[in-house]
Ligand binder design. Structure first.
Ligand code: HEC
Ligand code: HEC
Ligand code: HEC
Ligand code: HEC
Ligand code: HEC
Length: 471
């Protein structure tokens, strides 16, 4: 909001309320977060209505996890578990609509939920995190747990006006607010705190705020609302079909890492983009000894760097998300000398595999995947933005291995462990896809780096080795 506008708004308020107190508050009404029942769903427009003029933006949003935030079967299954727990708990202890305030905000502020099976939800509420909801947020009370303040109506709020006042479309008024250009806008929902004990359950916003990206001014919007993935990249075009050409229009794909639910729901554009995001997030470096003797213990060091994500790897609902490394060492004859991190036929990982994620503990200190049972964090080894972790692996060099020895490392991502999904839906219902985030050697590398076994060491072999690792 420009100063100018603020003053004009102040005058308007005065005219309407003729109250000096409002002027003291800087011309803006001090409002509180929008509570259940504050509105009726008819006050919100369906996203299809915006698509008439904002067709491109609609096409990007449609199919995103925002558009599926309520219909998402994974969310719905966990929600029903939560509802059971809330109904079993003492009245009011676990608020019934806690989850819905982020997953169907219109449903909550218009009190169409409960019933918790969603049978009372209007079409607009089923649209999850939709156009008109996001563009009538006039302020936020803070970070996390959905503290949005809404003013549904003919005025659509957005970033500070790029348009001249005359460009204002006849169909709706426009109000600009710098908040739309800041990460804290996303922070309303992308930090989750336990509704009773306040434990931090998800903190994408805080992870970003504490990262070098915040200092450099790289916001959520730069990576998630432009084609840049790891930073701002302009997207020239029109914000509205009946509007002027612009040097940049923010995209609305809102893609992160979800290639599981998007795939199951048939949203293949968003699935493909999610895989692209995952492939831009991390890099691998492998360190091996120059050579080793048969019978010797060989150390392989793999450094995993969060090189592209503006928050921890993984982030969000990290009691479900999984990232892990697969490491394969082979001799030139293709004999496997070492292999770790390969899922078994049931999708399970052996206990020696380091999984990057969060484990919550319930009131008795037992691990739980149900966030509402969480009382403390038992384990959290996630990789902060622009930081690295190092994994040490070792194996015994067997007799008769053929030179050169090659090392392959793959960093994998999964939206949830297969075990969690099987527990929710039954075995064989869904297979959670495993996405390769990074590989070593990188695919474009012509030959794979290796190292030599001393036992049959020849000058030639050493040379081969040195040449191949020099990069
Ligand atoms: C009849 C056409 C039309 C319809 C329908 C329409 N808009 Fe717009 N809207 C426009 C035009 C034109 C602009 C100005 C575009 C520009 O300046 O580049 C605009 C601008 C905007 C902006 C940008 C405001 C800013 O601060 O820059 C937002 C946000 C917006 N519309 C939201 C919506 C939403 C949400 C809906 C559906 C509820 C909607 N619009 C429906 C024509 C329309
Ligand atoms: C999660 C909330 C969210 C949803 C859902 C959402 N928007 Fe936006 N939209 C934003 C934010 C935030 C910006 C401003 C980004 C910035 O300036 O950094 C924006 C920008 C815009 C703009 C201005 C684009 C520009 O670059 O000038 C238009 C127009 C718009 N949105 C329309 C829509 C329409 C239509 C839909 C539904 C199809 C929609 N939005 C859904 C949050 C949302
Ligand atoms: C009203 C709450 C709300 C706001 C505001 C909001 N989000 Fe979301 N967002 C959600 C929910 C809920 C989901 C998850 C839906 C699901 O998976 O069922 C989500 C999912 C996402 C995803 C997809 C994650 C994945 O796993 O692929 C991205 C990316 C994202 N949001 C980015 C943003 C950005 C950027 C902003 C700010 C411009 C923002 N969100 C604002 C609620 C919100
Ligand atoms: C420097 C670029 C960058 C910034 C800044 C950034 N992200 Fe991301 N984000 C990514 C990339 C790349 C991925 C895919 C890898 C991953 O899952 O972290 C991602 C993934 C996500 C996911 C999906 C995580 C999962 O596993 O389900 C969400 C949600 C998300 N981002 C939200 C946000 C929000 C909210 C902000 C701002 C507080 C933000 N991001 C800032 C690049 C960025
Ligand atoms: C403060 C907002 C907020 C609240 C409250 C909230 N969520 Fe979410 N939820 C999100 C966001 C944002 C994401 C996306 C994060 C990511 O991609 O990792 C998400 C993602 C999820 C996912 C993963 C969906 C997928 O497709 O991978 C599940 C499951 C989920 N939430 C269940 C719940 C349940 C159950 C509750 C209530 C106990 C709840 N959420 C409460 C914001 C919220």
């Amino acid at each position: 909001m420009t100063k100018d506008k603020g003053i004009r708004k102040g005058i308007a308020c005065l005219a309407v309320f003729a109250s000096g107190l409002l002027l003291l508050a800087g011309g803006s009404v001090t409002a509180e977060r929008s509570e259940p029942g504050a509105f009726v769903s008819d006050q919100f427009s369906k996203s299809g209505l915006c698509s008439g003029c904002h067709g491109n933006i609609f096409g990007q949003w449609d199919g995103s996890m925002h558009s599926n935030a309520n219909e998402d079967f994974f969310y719905q299954a966990r929600l029903q578990e939560y509802v059971e727990a809330a109904e079993a708990a003492e009245t009011g202890e676990l608020p019934l609509t806690f989850c819905s305030s982020c997953h169907t905000p219109v449903g909550v502020v218009s009190e169409e939920i409960p019933p918790m099976d969603g049978s009372g939800l209007s079409e607009v509420a089923r649209e999850g995190v939709q156009c008109d909801f996001c563009h009538v947020v006039v302020e936020s009370e803070g970070i996390g747990n959905a503290p949005y303040i809404l003013e549904p109506g003919d005025t659509k709020w957005g970033p500070p006006l790029r348009a001249a006042e005359e460009d204002a479309p006849p169909s709706h008024g426009i109000e600009g607010h710098e908040f739309y250009e800041e990460s804290r806008y996303c922070g309303m929902c992308h930090n989750i705190y336990h509704p009773v004990n306040n434990l931090t359950l998800a903190a994408t916003y805080t992870e970003w705020e504490e990262s070098p990206y915040a200092e450099e001014g790289v916001r959520c919007q730069d990576c998630h609302m432009t084609p840049g993935i790891v930073g701002f990249e302009a997207n020239p075009g029109k914000a509205a079909s009946n509007g002027p050409d612009r040097e940049h229009v923010y995209t609305h794909f809102f893609v992160g890492a979800n290639a599981f639910v998007t795939d199951e729901l048939g949203e293949s554009r968003h699935e493909k983009r999610a895989i692209e995001y995952l492939k831009h997030a991390a890099t691998l470096t492998v360190r091996v000894p120059e050579n080793a003797e048969a019978g010797e213990s060989v150390d392989v060091e793999v450094e995993i760097t969060n090189s592209g994500a503006g928050h921890k790897l993984p982030t969000g609902v990290t009691e479900d998300r999984e990232i892990w490394l697969e490491l394969i060492v082979q001799d030139a004859a293709g004999k496997e000398l070492y292999h770790s991190g390969s899922p078994d036929e049931k999708g399970g990982l052996d206990s020696g595999t380091t999984v990057y994620h969060t484990i919550f503990a319930d009131s008795e200190g037992r691990p739980t995947v149900k966030a509402w049972e969480a009382e403390s964090v038992l384990f959290d080894n996630r990789i902060p933005p622009k930081s690295s972790v190092v994994e040490q692996h070792s194996f015994l060099m067997p007799e008769g291995a053929v030179n050169p020895i090659s090392v392959q490392a793959i960093l994998h991502y999964r939206s949830a462990s297969q075990e969690h999904i099987d527990a929710l839906f039954g075995e064989g219902v869904y297979t959670v896809p495993v996405i390769d985030m990074a590989t070593y050697p990188e695919e474009e590398m012509a030959s794979s780096p290796g190292f030599g076994v001393l036992e049959m060491l020849s000058v030639l072999c050493m040379f081969m080795f040195l040449k191949k690792t020099k990069r």
